[in-house]
Design a protein around this ligand. Structure first.
Ligand code: ZN
Length: 429
């Protein structure tokens, strides 16, 4: 009965432990871009609906005020996307919930050098800062924030640069703030060792058309999967001044030159992931105790959005630190930590356990959100995404006993680099 492209079979046949090497994310014949659209749109819908149900509050998605004033067209398109989310959710939520304006489009806090994004630890009764440009910090936290925002301490300042840091208001034990925690690049662990063993990640089959764009124009070699800018490999460059001869290597070298820490070497049998500063700050906050607050500071002059990406938002909310503002831009090759990492050299012995616990909580919430989101999307999907929708459903059903499968599909989808609002726009009717 089963056709040869059922996901179960392709994994079993290849006997692969670390990767699923299908052409598309959950199927052999589907379109990976469409499957990624379905997965990311569903999780955005499921997350929003759950948030409204649990808190009774409005969920707001924000656009950068600078972007909104410079490009009025972008603002209109963004509001249309949020309206689509809102319509789909209103249909889904029961009459018991007052649904009027429960999903709204807004403006994120304005950029100001040193302005922060905060993970608001609701369980400990924390509040979002009244002014993101002047967070209420401890004395030592204030000094560290100053050093980070004035770039007086080495950190990554290139594309997408946000620096994580933890304000530590503990009065006993370890009272030092932590940072700077810049986005760092890792590879998906080569051994799927920790408990529960994560579902194998998707590395496109060698015959997938996705590799065409990752062939370096100057050498015919491949750029590893997941690398930000990998799609630019076919662009031949000359005289870049940094030694890069194609667009992909130019992005990588620029990131390294702007101070990003490349923790692991990435080969063509690896997948690159990037762990944002806020996520590192949450693991740290959690291991240091409830008087710690995770922040992210926009640094450099490339990034001015004062809100969290969808991927960070999911992790932050799952672990109890929802962000003060959410955007629907790109979260390219986002990843959590899988083992302790501390660029400041102060790793805590409990961190491996904290990482395991927080990742498990995030796995759990991803399953809930993706399931609900697929239910919502079902009645609102565009025609050309129907096959992808069915393929994702079928795959999740086949692996429903694996608690990590949903989170893994979300991570896989984020290796297809696109803006979340554009994905949602083309997926919801
Ligand atoms: Zn992020």
């Amino acid at each position: 009965m089963a056709s040869s492209d059922t996901p179960q079979e392709s994994i079993n046949l290849q006997g692969l432990d670390r990767f699923r090497r299908t052409k598309s994310i959950v199927s052999e014949l589907g379109d990976p871009e469409v499957e990624a659209d379905v997965i990311m749109t569903s999780v955005a819908l499921g997350f929003s609906a759950e948030y409204i149900k649990q808190t009774g509050n409005t969920i707001q998605f924000d656009i950068d005020p600078l972007d909104a004033s410079l490009h009025p067209g972008k603002k209109i398109a963004f509001e249309a996307v949020v309206k689509k989310i809102s319509h789909a959710i209103v249909k889904y939520l029961s009459a018991a919930v007052d649904q009027s304006s429960k999903v709204t489009a807004g403006l994120s806090p304005g950029y100001y050098p040193g302005a922060v994004i905060m993970g608001v630890y609701k369980l400990a009764g924390k509040q979002a800062p009244a002014f993101v440009s002047a967070p209420a910090l401890s004395k030592e936290g204030q000094q560290l924030w100053e050093r980070i925002r004035t770039l007086s301490t080495p950190q990554y300042t290139g594309r997408g640069a946000y620096t994580g840091f933890v304000d530590n208001k503990n009065v006993q034990g370890d009272t030092r703030p932590v940072g700077p925690l810049s986005t760092a690049r890792f590879c998906v662990p080569r051994k799927r060792g920790i408990d529960p063993k994560p579902h194998p990640r998707w590395l496109p089959a060698p015959s997938s058309h996705l590799w065409n764009k990752r062939k370096r124009a100057d050498s015919n070699t491949l750029v590893p999967w997941g690398l930000i800018g990998g799609e630019e490999a076919g662009k031949l460059l000359r005289e870049t001044g940094c030694g890069a001869l194609n667009g992909a290597d130019f992005v990588t070298i620029s990131m390294r030159n702007a101070g990003m820490h490349f923790v692991d070497d990435i080969g063509t049998e690896d997948i690159a992931i990037y762990t944002h500063g806020m996520i590192q700050a949450i693991y740290k906050s959690y291991s240091l105790g409830p008087n710690c607050e995770p922040y992210e500071i926009a640094v450099g002059d490339v990034t001015k959005k004062m809100s969290s990406c969808l991927a960070c938002t999911l992790f932050m909310t799952a672990t109890g630190y929802p962000p003060n503002s959410i955007h629907l831009g790109r979260c390219e090759s986002w990843g959590p930590l899988y083992s302790p990492y501390d660029p400041t050299g102060n790793a805590d012995p409990h961190e491996a356990q904290v990482i395991r616990d927080l990742n498990n909580t995030w796995y759990e919430k991803c399953s809930v959100w993706l399931d609900i989101g697929l239910d919502i999307l079902g009645g609102n999907i565009t025609e050309n995404h129907l096959d992808g929708f069915e393929a994702v459903r079928k795959y999740l059903l086949a692996y429903k006993h694996d608690p990590t499968v949903s989170a893994t599909l979300i991570l896989d989808s984020m290796t297809i680099h696109a803006s979340e609002s554009e994905r949602i726009e083309r997926t919801i009717k």
